[in-house]
Design a protein around this ligand. Structure first.
Ligand SMILES: [Zn+2]
Length: 471
């Protein structure tokens, strides 16, 4: 077992006590001490290490289902998990530097236990085992509406593009180097990978085929039958790629996936707020001029802190007039006013993230009353760390219980190392969503999607046939 590791800039040695806080966890087998961690049935593709196995934590001889350790008595557990390395950026590993620190962790652990106990008491005992829930989730056909195509490429496919790019090769020595770039642990790492490697690696429209193939693999792994993905053309247009060629490639590749694998992909063209109104107008005009079957609408992305959504209201209006559907990233890193602007001033049909609404109860109530759908991206929010510290802290329960139609999404699954099935599993383990509620989350995703009503009904019927009655 390897007992020394660096995580978030902190190096752990064998004698350090550490805690693992929150999130979905991948423990590649070679780093796991079998005395304390025991494999369970949940296996998943880990982007950097091939297949990773989920482990249950053994605390003082007691087997805790994976995820439950967060609510265990930390006094017993902390020493036992030293040396384990988590590869998902959704997980924080913290070194405990002294008794004082340990005590504060114990206290926060204890309040988590109380919170979990209170939730369980209110909802009645959870009788399903994690294995049963996981097998149920693995079978359930799913819908996901908040993904970014560029952030779905895996290291193997990206290497094919990097390998023929002299500029990138001067910075990235080999596959191992590229794999290291995929170990994203901070926003800086994310930007290095996304803007420094992935975007420059796209040299021609045809390269987008690899991205669609990677997205198909992700959908297959998670049994996602229908997905909506953002495609951001701005940087690609800047380097001389042709918009029409790009959408033709994406349309052709998506149609091929539909024909061969039966999976449906739809795209939202990004009218980013980060590059100004003129740029957004150009992207919209191109979208309207070269609309293809696979394009369902526009996505309003880019740096939310760059400025208010109000000046882009005209883009939304033109999009609607052209028959395009609309969704806006809002309330991801900026407060409730950003959500109000996207909904009231721009008329966005859906809100991406929306997590900051939790700061304003009247907004939560309003979103519920007006049935405005919110695309929740829990692990992504943990990664960004602005409103959510850990999966257990995510306010998904508040949104759901208030009656807001919310869906679960991964945002950038390959880069964050999180799968949609993980997000559902976390909703169950950390927020006590029952099987019926997990189906409801999936139903909400279908309802808020931009697929035709007949397709929505057909997909719900397929789900019903697979999962049966969950009430
Ligand atoms: Zn996003």
């Amino acid at each position: 077992m390897k007992v020394s590791a660096t995580w978030n800039g902190v190096t752990f040695s064998e004698t350090d006590r550490c805690v693992i806080v929150g999130g979905v966890h991948y423990f590649p087998a070679e780093y796991v001490d079998s005395r304390y961690l025991e494999p369970n049935n949940h296996r998943t593709e880990c982007p950097w290490k091939g297949t990773a196995t989920y482990f249950d934590l053994i605390v003082s001889g007691t087997r805790l289902p994976h995820g439950a350790w967060q609510y265990a008595d930390p006094k017993d557990g902390y020493e036992h998990i030293r040396g384990a390395i988590a590869f998902s950026p959704a997980v924080r590993v913290e070194r405990v530097d002294g008794e004082h620190d340990l005590e504060s962790h114990v206290r926060s652990g204890a309040s988590a236990v109380q919170k979990a106990a209170a939730t369980t008491a209110a909802k009645g005992p959870i009788t399903d085992t994690n294995e049963e829930i996981l097998s149920f989730l693995n079978q359930m056909p799913k819908c996901e509406v908040h993904l970014h195509l560029e952030a779905m490429i895996d290291a193997e496919r990206l290497w094919r593009l990097v390998g023929r790019n002299p500029e990138l090769l001067s910075r990235i020595a080999g596959r191992e180097d590229l794999l290291r770039c995929f170990q994203v642990r901070s926003l800086d790492d994310f930007i290095t990978l996304f803007i420094g490697v992935i975007q420059p690696a796209i040299a021609q429209a045809d390269d987008l085929t690899l991205f669609v193939e990677a997205a198909r693999d992700y959908m297959q792994r998670n049994r996602i039958e229908y997905a909506e993905m953002h495609l951001a053309p701005t940087k690609l247009l800047e380097k001389g790629l042709d918009f029409e060629e790009m959408v033709d490639v994406v349309d052709r590749s998506a149609a091929e996936v539909k024909r061969r694998d039966g999976l449906e992909m739809r795209f939202l063209i990004d009218v980013s707020r980060g590059f100004g109104l003129e740029n957004a107008q150009r992207n919209l005009d191109l979208t309207i001029a070269h609309r293809r079957d696979c394009i369902v609408g526009i996505g309003f992305g880019g740096a939310e802190s760059a400025g208010p959504a109000s000046e882009f209201a005209i883009i939304f209006r033109q999009a609607r007039e052209a028959g395009l559907r609309t969704t806006a990233h809002a309330g991801e890193v900026v407060g409730p006013d950003s959500i109000r602007a996207a909904v009231d001033l721009c008329g966005a049909e859906r809100i991406g993230h929306g997590v900051s609404a939790v700061e304003d109860r009247s907004l939560i109530d309003e979103l519920a009353r007006r049935r405005i759908p919110v695309e929740l991206c829990p692990s992504s929010n943990v990664f960004t760390g602005v409103y959510v510290e850990s999966i257990g802290d995510h306010p998904m329960r508040t949104f759901f219980d208030a009656g807001i139609p919310v869906s679960l999404n991964t945002d950038d699954p390959v880069i964050f190392g999180v799968e949609l099935t993980d997000e559902f599993m976390s909703a169950h383990q950390y927020h006590h969503f029952t099987p019926a509620e997990l189906v409801k989350l999936n139903d909400y995703a279908i309802d808020m999607s931009f697929m035709p009503e007949s397709a929505k009904r057909a997909m719900k019927a397929r789900i019903q046939a697979v999962v049966g009655d969950t009430t």
